[in-house]
Design a protein around this ligand. Structure first.
Ligand code: FAQ
Length: 328
C-alpha cells in the first residue's frame, strides 16, 4: 500500500529543470545521439544502465575463472601465453565497465557489494564447468562469439561511456573468438580422441551459450524499454538467431556438428530457427543453483578479501599524492 509520502511523490509536479531535462533527453534519444554523464537523465534510465553495465562487469570478472583454471594446464608455452593474455583482457573489460557504471553515480564498492551479497547477477554461462582443454576452444568460439554478437550493437548504446567502452571490448573479443576457434580447429584435425574432445565441448557449451542472450522476447521484462532508450538495439531472440546462423556455418569448417537437429533457415520469416532451450535450467542457474554458482562466488569472495591490501595501499597512495598536490 502506498504511504502518504509515496502518493505525494507519485503526483509530484516535475520541476522546470526536470521538464527541460526530460525534453533534452527525449530529443537526444530521438536524434540517436549520446547522453553523457553530466546530462539530465530519467532515474529509470540511470538504474537500467547501472544494472546492465555492472552485471556485464561482474560477468567479465567471474568469467575469468573457468579459463584461469586452465592456465597451468595449457598444452604448450604458446597456448599458455595466449590464454593468460585473454584472461587479463577479461579483467580489463571488467575495469572499463566498472568505470562506465561509476560515471552514473554508483561507487565501485557498492557494485562489488551487490555482487558479493548475491544482489547482482552475472552471466549464466560462467556457472558451467570447464572440464577439458577443448573447453578453452568452445569458450572462445561460442562464449566470446555470443558476446560479440550481443555486444557489437552495444557500441551504439545511447550512453556515451558504455558505448565507448564496448568498442574496445569488442575488438578484443574478436581476437578471443578466433583463438577459441583455432584451438578447436587444431583438435578437430588431430587424433580421433582430440576430435571427440572438441565435439564434446561444443555439445556442452552450445545451449548455455544460446542462453547468454537472455530469456525469449515474451519473457524479457527489460528489452522493450531498453530498446526505446537505444541501449539495446535488437531483442534477445533476434541476436540469438543471428548467432545460430553464424555458428552453423562456422561449425562446418571445423568438420564438427552442433547438438541441435532443429536448426534451419525459415524462408518465410527470414530467420534462423533452433531447438527449444531448457528455460527451467536457465532460471535455476539464475537463482544460484547452477553447477558452479557456489564455487564461482566462493572464489570471487576469496579473491576480493585477498586483494584488500592492494585496495588499501592504492587508497593510501592516492591520499598521499592528493596531500602532496595540496601542499604544492
Ligand atoms: N545470465 O529482461 P532481460 C562476457 C537477467 S559476455 C544471467 O532480457 P536485459 C565476455 C537480466 O539481467 C556475458 N542473467 O534483461 C566473456 C534480468 O535480470 P534483472 C555478459 C541474465 O538486461 C567471455 C532478467 O534476466 N554480457 O562476459 C541473463 O534486457 C568469455 C531478465 O532479462 C553482458 O552482460 C543471463 N544470460 O537483457 C568474459 C552483455 N540473461 O537485472 C569471459 C550486456 C538475462 O532484471 C570469458 N548485457 N538475465 O534482475 C545485455 O546485453 C543484457 O543485459 C542481456 C539481458 C541480454 C544479458
Amino acid at each position: 500500500m502506498a504511504t502518504q509520502t509515496d502518493a505525494r511523490e507519485l503526483h509530484a509536479v516535475p520541476s522546470e529543470e526536470d521538464q527541460a531535462g526530460q525534453a533534452y533527453f527525449d530529443r537526444i534519444i530521438a536524434e540517436d545521439s549520446r547522453i553523457e554523464p553530466s546530462d539530465w537523465m530519467p532515474e529509470a534510465y540511470r538504474k537500467t544502465l547501472v544494472r546492465q553495465i555492472s552485471q556485464h562487469a561482474h560477468s567479465e570478472i567471474i568469467g575469468m575463472q573457468p579459463e584461469a583454471n586452465f592456465i597451468t594446464r595449457a598444452p604448450s608455452l604458446k597456448r599458455k601465453a595466449i590464454l593468460m593474455a585473454k584472461v587479463q583482457d577479461e579483467a580489463g573489460h571488467g575495469l572499463y565497465l566498472y568505470s562506465a557504471a561509476e560515471t552514473l553515480g554508483t561507487p565501485r564498492e557498492e557494485l562489488f557489494d551487490q555482487l558479493l551479497t548475491g544482489r547482482a547477477k552475472y552471466s549464466s554461462i560462467f556457472n558451467y564447468p570447464a572440464l577439458t582443454w577443448a573447453d578453452m576452444g568452445a569458450i572462445g568460439w561460442l562464449v566470446d562469439g555470443a558476446a560479440i554478437v550481443n555486444q557489437v550493437p552495444l557500441c551504439r548504446a545511447s550512453y556515451g561511456p558504455y558505448g565507448r567502452a564496448m568498442v574496445r571490448i569488442c575488438k578484443e573479443e574478436s581476437f578471443h573468438q578466433r583463438q577459441g576457434f583455432e584451438i578447436l580447429l587444431e583438435l578437430a584435425n588431430g587424433t580421433p580422441a582430440q576430435k571427440q574432445m572438441a565435439q564434446d565441448a561444443i555439445n556442452r557449451f552450445y545451449a548455455p551459450a544460446l542462453m547468454m542472450f537472455g530469456p525469449n522476447d515474451d519473457a524479457s521484462p527489460n528489452s522493450q524499454q531498453s530498446m526505446r532508450w537505444n541501449i539495446k538495439r535488437f531483442s534477445n531472440d533476434e541476436l540469438r538467431q543471428r548467432f545460430v546462423g553464424m555458428i552453423q556455418e562456422q561449425v562446418k569448417v571445423l568438420g564438427l556438428t552442433l547438438p541441435d537437429d532443429k536448426i534451419r533457415f525459415n524462408e518465410e520469416t527470414g530467420q534462423w530457427e533452433h531447438g527449444e532451450l531448457d528455460w527451467n535450467e536457465f532460471y535455476e542457474v539464475l537463482k544460484g543453483r547452477g553447477p558452479c554458482n557456489a564455487q564461482r562466488m566462493e572464489r570471487r569472495r576469496e579473491a576480493h578479501e585477498n586483494g584488500a591490501w592492494v585496495r588499501e595501499a592504492a587508497s593510501a597512495y592516492a591520499a598521499k599524492q592528493a596531500q602532496k598536490a595540496q601542499v604544492a
